[in-house]
Write a protein that binds this ligand. Structure first.
Ligand SMILES: [Zn+2]
Length: 335
C-alpha cells in the first residue's frame, strides 16, 4: 500500500541547536501538549527533521503518544511518510538538537547508543517515580504509626477473643462456633431422606474470620508494620539521595503500608463478629430447633453472655476499645 507523501516544511529541516543541556520536564510537557492537540511532530518549534549522523550520541528525554490513529514521520528512517504513534523525545548532546522520533528507530543507526539511552530513560522514569512517591507519601509515616499504635489494643483484644470464642468455648461449653459458621452462613436443616440431612441458609453472619483457628495474630501484624515504619532510615534529601538508599526506603515504606493496611482491614472484619446485631442474629438462629448448633448469645454493653441455652450463660468481658472506631491509615497517593 503506497503511503501518502508528507510535505515537510523547510523550517522543520533547519537544525535548531537550542538544547545545550538535557531538556527538562517543561519541554516534555510542551511536546506532549503539542501532539495531543493534533499538531504534527515536525512543526514543533524544537524539532529538527534531519537524520542523525552515524554513531551519534543520544539520550532519550521521555516518550510521548500521538492521538489514537495518528502517525508521524520519523526523521531517522521515514522522513516523508507516517510511521509511529508512540515516539521518543531524543536529545543529541553533541549537536544540541532534539528530534521527535520513532521508539526503536535509532537502534539501526547506533545500536549500543540506543540500548544505553533506553536503559537510562527507564532508570530515570523509575527514579522520578520513586522520588515522587516518597516526597508525596513518606511524611505520612508518623501518622500511620500513631494510627497503628491506637489500633494495637483492638488487635490484641480480638486476638484474645479468637481463643476465648474458639478453643476455650469448645472445651468448656462444647460450643464449636467456627465449625458451624466458618463460611459466614448460618444454616438450618430443611429436611432429610434416607438418614441424610439437607440444609438451607437461614442468615449470614459477618466477621467469622475472628474465629478462624488458622488466623495469625493481628497484633503481630500491627507491630510488624510499626517496626518497618520506625526503621525507615529516611535520607535527608530524597532527591539527592543515592538511588539504592532511596529504593530501599521506598520498598520498606511500601511494605509497611501494605502490612498495616491488611491488619486494619482484618481488624475491621473481625470486630464485626461481636457487634450487637451480629450477636442477635446468632442468638435467633441458635435458638431454633432446626439449627445444627444450640447456642445462646447476647451482648449487653461490654459483656457478652454465651451458653447453650439462656439459663446460666457464661459472661465474657469485652474491652472498651471495641466501642472506638478503627483508626484510619493515611491515604497513600501514587501518581
Ligand atoms: Zn525512525
Amino acid at each position: 500500500m503506497p503511503l501518502d507523501r508528507i510535505e515537510i516544511p523547510e523550517s522543520a529541516l533547519r537544525p535548531k541547536p537550542d538544547f545545550p543541556t538535557l531538556p527538562d520536564k517543561s519541554v516534555v510537557e510542551e511536546v506532549r501538549d503539542w501532539v495531543k492537540s493534533g499538531n504534527p511532530t515536525y512543526t514543533w518549534r524544537g524539532h529538527t527533521h534531519t537524520k542523525p549522523g552515524e554513531g551519534a550520541e543520544v539520550q532519550y528525554v521521555a516518550d510521548f503518544q500521538l492521538p489514537k490513529g495518528q502517525e508521524a514521520p520519523c526523521p531517522c528512517c521515514t522522513p516523508v511518510t507516517a510511521k509511529f504513534n508512540t515516539g521518543l523525545i531524543a536529545w543529541f548532546p553533541e549537536t544540541h538538537l532534539v528530534r521527535l522520533m520513532g521508539q526503536h528507530c535509532f537502534r539501526r543507526i547506533n545500536p549500543e547508543g540506543h540500548q544505553a539511552a533506553y536503559k537510562d530513560l527507564q532508570d530515570r522514569i523509575r527514579r522520578e517515580g520513586s522520588i515522587r512517591y516518597l516526597i508525596g507519601n513518606l511524611w505520612k509515616a508518623k501518622e500511620a504509626s500513631s494510627a497503628l499504635e491506637r489500633a494495637k489494643p483492638i488487635a490484641r483484644h480480638l486476638d484474645d477473643l479468637q481463643d476465648i470464642l474458639g478453643p476455650k468455648l469448645k472445651r468448656t461449653l462444647q460450643i464449636d462456633l467456627w465449625r458451624y459458621m466458618r463460611d459466614g452462613a448460618l444454616m438450618v436443616v430443611s429436611g432429610g431422606t434416607d438418614g441424610k440431612q439437607f440444609y438451607t441458609r437461614y442468615s449470614t453472619v459477618t466477621g467469622t474470620q475472628l474465629l478462624d483457628p488458622a488466623r495469625t495474630s493481628m497484633a503481630q501484624k500491627v507491630e510488624t508494620a510499626q517496626r518497618l515504619l520506625e526503621n525507615l532510615d529516611l535520607p535527608d534529601d530524597i532527591e539527592k539521595a543515592d538511588d539504592d538508599d532511596r529504593d530501599r526506603v521506598a520498598r520498606r515504606f511500601n511494605r509497611a503500608m501494605r502490612v498495616a493496611g491488611n491488619a486494619i482491614a482484618e481488624i475491621n472484619e473481625c470486630r464485626q463478629f461481636v457487634t450487637p446485631l451480629n450477636v442477635a442474629t446468632i442468638r435467633q438462629w441458635g435458638s431454633r430447633l432446626d439449627a445444627p448448633l444450640q447456642v445462646y448469645m447476647r451482648r449487653e454493653g461490654l459483656v457478652l453472655h454465651i451458653g447453650q441455652t439462656e439459663d446460666e450463660p457464661r459472661s465474657i468481658n469485652l474491652d472498651g476499645c471495641l466501642d472506638l472506631p478503627t483508626p484510619r491509615l493515611p491515604e497513600i497517593v501514587i501518581e
